[in-house]
Design a protein around this ligand. Structure first.
Ligand SMILES: [Zn+2]
Length: 399
């Protein structure tokens, strides 16, 4: 048994802020969370004093395509490790490798490869110490709207089909966690019901759905929308569409890409007013260029260019037609952006990258929360919100 006491200026559980915090970690799990007065530290416990840092649960990214020069569509150990190690440096400890639309054989191959790696991950002790943990697959496409496909390849989009979906489920071998679909497509309701029956969360997106079509999918159990405001029917005062439904219905959560490029700061503020801080999920939609810098990269089969744009000098990914093609955002930056652009407090912003996504996946007893018995997956944040260190299952790496 190994005990570690972590001292920090504040703990963001993130349901509350604990000043002068102390967190007790035993092996791979959290054993106590409180103030230094609350918790008695047993003798011979190792102490990690983080000074003026904040300790929060490690970030949970439920929508990410790549990083460190690799795309999860490669389906290989090398690719998945590159992504996992890149985002770990930015405080992400749990993620859902997210596929893009591709030909069925290619998608099946990718899902099969990812599924095997995800299932084998817990046994592979060495690999999990300095990288984020892939928890399951997010299948984004092929059941998307051609009108709102973004950079998903038109020729490989498919009509919703339970039969085809079952191919992906079989290839994933129990690791499929989220299916994104456009609810207005024929047979989408049937596919949604089948996914939910199998315990797979249904996200709505890349969609031209009307308000009513979206409401029907929400009533049928859709858990969230992917990248709110991007790749969806625009809001009109008489035909409010999918955005109108999401903004006014508390039953559904919303992912958002808070990089300051995909969505204007005022749209972030609108989202906070409509959804509150408990229904917003900070994702990255990160592509292979994440952690790499300017240059030419791939997203699935598409070539993308990454270069700095605008007065703030943000790195932006575009395909050959100039369409936005994912991001190189990291979750630590997304949290900082929510504070600067949208004016929420630090703890609320952290909640959007931890508790909220964990809650959508139904894993908040283990992830995204500092509580007794949860996995010791943590991020240590400097007072300016940059990452001082990350811990995965009780093993800390300080940067
Ligand atoms: Zn997308």
């Amino acid at each position: 048994m190994s005990l570690l006491a972590i001292k920090a200026k504040q703990l963001f559980t993130p349901l509350r802020v604990i000043e002068n915090g102390l967190l007790l970690v035993e092996d791979e799990a959290i054993r106590a969370v409180g103030t230094r007065e609350d918790i008695s530290v047993p003798k011979r416990t190792r102490i990690l004093d983080l000074g003026d840092c904040v300790v929060a649960p490690g970030f949970v990214d439920i929508h990410i395509h790549g990083g460190g020069g690799h795309d999860v569509m490669e389906g290989s150990a090398e690719a998945l490790h590159a992504v996992a190690c890149t985002i770990f440096k930015h405080g992400t400890t749990t993620f859902l490798p997210t596929t893009v639309t591709a030909s069925t054989p290619r998608l099946v191959r990718a899902v099969e490869g990812l599924g095997k790696l995800i299932r084998g991950w817990p046994e592979d002790k060495q690999s999990r110490r300095h990288c984020a943990h892939p928890l399951g697959i997010h299948l984004e496409g092929p059941f998307l709207s051609a009108a709102r496909r973004g950079v998903h390849e038109r020729e490989h989009l498919q009509a919703p089909s339970v039969e085809l979906f079952e191919k992906f489920v079989g290839a994933a071998g129990g690791t499929l966690r989220v299916l994104t679909l456009a609810p207005e497509l024929e047979n989408a309701a049937e596919l949604q019901a089948e996914a939910i029956r199998r315990g797979i969360h249904v996200a709505l997106g890349h969609s031209d759905a009307t308000f009513n079509q979206t409401e029907r999918a929400i009533v049928a159990g859709a858990s969230h929308v992917v990248h709110m405001f991007n790749a969806m029917r625009p809001f009109h005062q008489r035909q409010t569409g999918i955005m109108g439904a999401v903004l006014t219905d508390d039953r559904i959560a919303a992912e958002v890409i808070a990089d300051g490029v995909h969505v204007a700061p005022s749209a972030l503020r609108l989202l906070i007013r409509a959804k509150g801080v408990s229904k917003i999920i900070l994702i990255t939609d990160g592509v292979s260029a994440t952690g790499m810098g300017q240059g030419q990269y791939r997203l699935g089969e598409a070539d993308i260019t990454v270069k700095t744009e605008g007065a703030r000098g943000v790195l932006v990914c575009r395909n050959a037609e100039g369409k936005l093609a994912g991001s190189v955002l990291t979750q630590d930056r997304a949290v900082r952006n929510m504070v600067t652009y949208a004016g929420v407090n630090w703890c609320a912003a952290v909640k959007m990258a931890t508790w909220n996504p964990a809650r959508v996946l139904g894993i908040e007893d283990r992830k995204g929360c500092l509580r007794l018995g949860a996995d010791a997956d943590l991020v240590f944040l400097h007072p300016d919100g940059t990452v001082a260190g990350t811990m995965v299952r009780g093993v800390a790496t300080c940067f």
